[in-house]
Design a protein around this ligand. Sequence first.
Ligand code: NAD
Length: 308
Amino acid sequence: MADIQFDGRVAIVTGAGVGLGRCHALGLAARGAKVVVNDLGVGRDGVGASSEAADSVVAEIKAAGGEAMAHGCDVSDEDGVRDMVAQAMDAWGRIDVVVNNAGILRDKTFAKMDMADFRKVVDVHLIGSANVCHACWPIMREQKYGRIVLTSSGSGLYGNFGQSNYGAAKAAMLGLMNVLHMEGARDNIRVNTLAPTAATRMTEDLLPPEAQELLAPETITPGLLYLVSDDGPSQVILGAGAGSFAETRVYETRGITLTGDDNTPEAVAAQFAQIRDPQNQEQLGDAFGQTKKYALSAAKASGLKLDW
Ligand code: NAD
């Protein structure tokens, strides 16, 4: 297997001042990428602003012989993101890799959630990722090359008590990935989602001390580097933590088809076990894959001919 290198590549890593983003930026730079170290320098809850963390990662990369620049924009601010992308283009003339990693938490049960906190978390994670992708998209299309990672979370994939805002924003990464994967494929733009679990300031009060050591952010970066490499995959949700890597997939069960007067709530209830039966479940290629499956099943059940 060839070494994974990023010589001649330009990468933007958001939220790269500390934690996972810092590791990803250092990992990309160590393998030859020129890196834009983006960080607004906020607290875990998104409050404050400082250039210190981003500047120190840039200094670390330069001290190791790499090339990097800091940019302190808020990813949820479209103009700031466009300025960051313009500065990267002025300095290095291309953008090959985008790692959307910036993130904050505003945990509260839904009953106590203030909608401003809900909106803020969606703004940083979802709108922030979309802003950076959108500003880089025409550049990647023109280059016929792009590698994008969105950062989801077990909270978005599986749920976590007290994180309705964060879980919703993190689940949205899947929707964004699926469509960007489809629209980017013809221009060699590949889009994946990382679902990390790491000991960072985001999780420091949740993990036992021994687990913190195992869950070092450095254990996740190799998976990220593969996802954004020349031969990396597309439309993959990669779980990563403590050296474990696993893929999450969305499947649909074969299901049932009810026709005419038999299509009643009672029939759905009676056959619910069969609706949920995982035998012969499949991954559907796109939204119309589902529409087609249902229409064909209905046609078959009613004895109609449907050429689709
Ligand atoms: P962290 O708090 O250590 O780092 C996040 C960084 O993002 C900080 O440097 C912060 O200043 C920056 N940031 C926040 N809002 C920003 C904004 N609007 N614009 C630019 N920068 C901003 O967090 P982390 O644990 O390293 O998490 C990194 C990513 O991984 C996040 O998206 C997080 O949701 C996700 N994640 C983390 C874990 C985990 O276990 N740590 C689990 C699942 C997902």
